[in-house]
Design a protein. Sequence first.
Length: 309
Amino acid sequence: MMSSFGLLVFVTLSCLVFVRGDGRPVSYERQWNITSEQRKLLTADYWRALKEHVTSERMQWVIANNTLYKQKKPFPHAFYDGLFPESVVRAAAREIPDSPHLDHGCAKHNDKCFNGDNQKGKNAFENDFFHGPATSALFSFMKSSMFITFLEALTGIKDIIPDPHFRGSGVHQTLPGGFLSIHADFNRYQQYDMHRRVNAFIFLNDDWDESYGGHLELWSRDMKHCEARISPVLNRFVVFSSTDFSYHGHPKPLTCPPDRSRRSLALYYYTRERPTSECVYNNCNYAHSTLFQKPLCSDCALAKCQKFA
């Protein structure tokens, strides 16, 4: 449980997160009205809540119920609701304004904003200096030894290394009308000579109506079938193996209200080596950026995909 001090600071933060002095929603430039020591204590409270909830028994249950992870279509994946304590996930969601101040379709003072043909209204916040206490605690936990061991057992991929610098990961936020075309991700972290192997997400969207869209779609290698469609609801954890053929995205524009957005915490994991079968032309030394794809039929997204609530 959160200490009385942590609860007091949390309430204070909750009041600060939503509105600045000029009445606009607070974005990532907000000033935390607490000392560095107080912030550390609050983050520690969230960390304790994570350790008490995400037990070895809970992680073993997830692994035991996903023994067919490698056989999942269209590529290895799993998702699980409630792996993390809802109180911490809700706190992280409060630290990321659902309706940020907009500047030409971008959340103000973010790290990256994408408004091209293949991704629109997508904002990425990679600078962890601006992550709130709950967000920081979740990312720290996802980089911990116990969680890495869990991912290795779940995916069957050994010697996993978490991204040390949030390259492309961090906090993701897509605004109304935004989308992300189907794609396979960049494959190499050349600075460290590592191969990208696992993607993990925690969704932060409470009371997310099915009609809003934003479902994570997983597509077949031939781009003829959408075989999994996962709603981005609050506290849903999704993990999948990343290869040159793990085509995914949320390609249809979001239809959520103007005061809502699709938010998630994203973290990527790497290894020193990888099977050549996961690489284009069996060449894993070739480094590429995002490989965007075009579905070969327009009705796959809803008519032929497995749908998860």
